[in-house]
Write a new protein. Structure first.
Length: 101
């Protein structure tokens, strides 16, 4: 039940591996296997924070990146539904991500 408010903020995902063209964040592939790419190259120069939560709301991965194409290793994550939290200019963007190995 704790995830219901988060679900209202989530975009659709692609299963074909193409970037998710969403407002605020481009990431691919979705569903991801061993790697997830955050394409931050079009963003202003800054350090961006990201966090990945599992379906139960447990933080499983986090980090920071400048405005580059950031590749995140997802090979150790269990298959399933995740929520990518991305912070920009003090605002939180939440996106849905599927991990399939």
């Amino acid at each position: 039940m704790a995830n219901i408010p988060r679900l209202q903020l989530i975009s659709n995902y692609t299963v074909s591996g193409y970037p998710c063209p969403t407002i605020g964040l481009t990431y691919y592939p979705n569903a991801a296997d061993n790697e997830l790419n955050l394409d931050l190259r079009e963003k202003p120069a800054n350090i961006y924070t990201y966090q990945l939560y599992n379906y139960y709301g447990v933080l499983v991965l986090s980090g920071e990146s400048p405005n580059i194409l950031k590749t995140i290793d997802t090979s150790s994550l269990d298959e399933g539904l995740y929520f990518l939290h991305f912070y920009e200019n003090g605002e939180l963007i939440i996106k849905q991500l599927v991990i399939e190995h």
